[in-house]
Design a protein around this ligand. Structure first.
Ligand code: PLP
Length: 347
């Protein structure tokens, strides 16, 4: 049997155009088949990036831009707050460029993510308490970054929450790739939101190319984005405890809110129906999209972004005991929700 030659890629220093991006767009045939009249559903699998998440795109863009502009160089230290994925991505970039990296995380960051950051040579700074005024972890992480910026010589803060390069990475990467794959034929895009870089960047590209697709923001119940009410959230990646400057440019067609349990149900449904293991926010996107499928026709192409894979959530989303203890959902009810998500109560 003849095999095609492997694509030659250059090892790090990571060239974003070589290693980051070009992620698969998977046709979700079985999930759509569960609901007659469904549109064609596709999942953009961002776990295929070298650091395992969509955050490789903004990390590559922000660091390359800073290097080119002389904001960082030999001896610099990158400092950033991350729920985990951007931390892994920046740790890889920092290693590739030969600079230091300190990642400010909180106790919700999964152990695997922490170990990945350390494996790339990054240093972890774990904030131990949420912000006393708001009770929010992100606010506490940003405060830690701000005070470290004046204490660490040669420090540079990419600031994903305000960086236009964060959004540009998704305009030039994520959205460009989706439109190319579908020949511009897109009815709707569903994306989870936190820094809102994905939402803003994808929206920018749609506007640039004149594609009239509906942009759905999937946000957490408890997130303050889009005038949300602050509340407790267990799972990282989705939602925000402060409104990032980038969000001022966010113009979603609609905002759909999901609970932690909605995320778990969506993740488990994707495993059961499509044999795909995705991360928590992607599960939320699946659940949110399934709730509004009647808004589309069978000729519509609808894309869901899966920001990361499920391997980093084996101790939470994919652990029945965790789901029962932290989210109060016992295995029989979970199985029922996975079989028929509409059987549960909605927020
Ligand atoms: C798993 C996951 N999902 C969704 C998001 C949200 O993406 P964005 O920050 O572009 O809004 C993030 C961002 O960190 C993430 O890590």
């Amino acid at each position: 049997m003849e095999t095609s030659p492997a694509r030659l890629v250059v090892a790090p220093p990571v060239d974003p155009d070589e290693l980051v991006g070009h992620t698969p767009l998977v046709h979700l045939r079985r999930l759509a088949a569960d609901r007659p009249g469904s549109p064609r559903l596709f999942l953009k699998m961002e776990a295929a990036n070298p650091g395992g998440s969509a955050k490789d795109r903004p990390a590559a863009h922000m660091v390359r831009e800073a290097w080119t502009e002389g904001l960082i160089g030999p001896g610099s230290t990158i400092i950033e707050s991350s729920s985990g994925n951007l931390g892994v991505a920046l740790a890889q970039q920092a290693r590739a460029y030969g600079v230091q990296f300190i990642c400010v995380i909180d106790p919700r960051t999964p152990l695997t993510t922490r170990r990945l950051i350390e494996a790339f040579g990054g240093e972890l700074h774990v904030v131990s308490e949420p912000d006393p005024a708001t009770g929010d972890w992100l606010v506490a992480r940003i405060e830690a970054v701000t005070s470290m910026m004046s204490a660490v010589p040669g420090a540079w803060w990419p600031n994903q929450y305000g960086s236009s390069a964060n959004a540009t990475a998704h305009a030039d990467g994520t959205m460009r790739e989706i439109l190319e794959t579908l020949d511009g034929d897109l009815a709707a895009l569903f994306t989870a939101t936190s820094s809102t870089g994905t939402l803003v960047g994808c929206g920018d590209r749609l506007a640039q190319e004149g594609v009239d697709a509906a942009l759905y923001a999937v946000d957490a119940v408890g997130s303050v984005l889009f005038d949300g009410l602050r509340g407790a959230r267990e799972l990282p990646g989705l939602g925000a405890g402060l409104v990032p400057p980038l969000a001022a440019r966010a113009a979603p067609h609609d905002v759909l809110r999901v609970t932690d349990l909605d995320c778990v149900v969506g993740c488990r449904r994707l495993v059961e129906r499509e044999a795909l293991l995705v991360g928590a926010s992607a599960g939320g996107v699946v659940t949110a999209a399934e709730r509004v499928l009647e808004r589309f026709t069978p000729d519509d192409n609808v894309v869901l972004i899966a920001h990361d894979g499920g391997a980093r959530y084996l101790d939470t989303v994919y652990d029945d005991t965790w789901v029962q203890e932290r989210l109060g959902c016992a295995p029989p009810l979970l199985a029922q929700l996975v079989a028929d998500p509409s059987s549960g109560s909605r927020p």
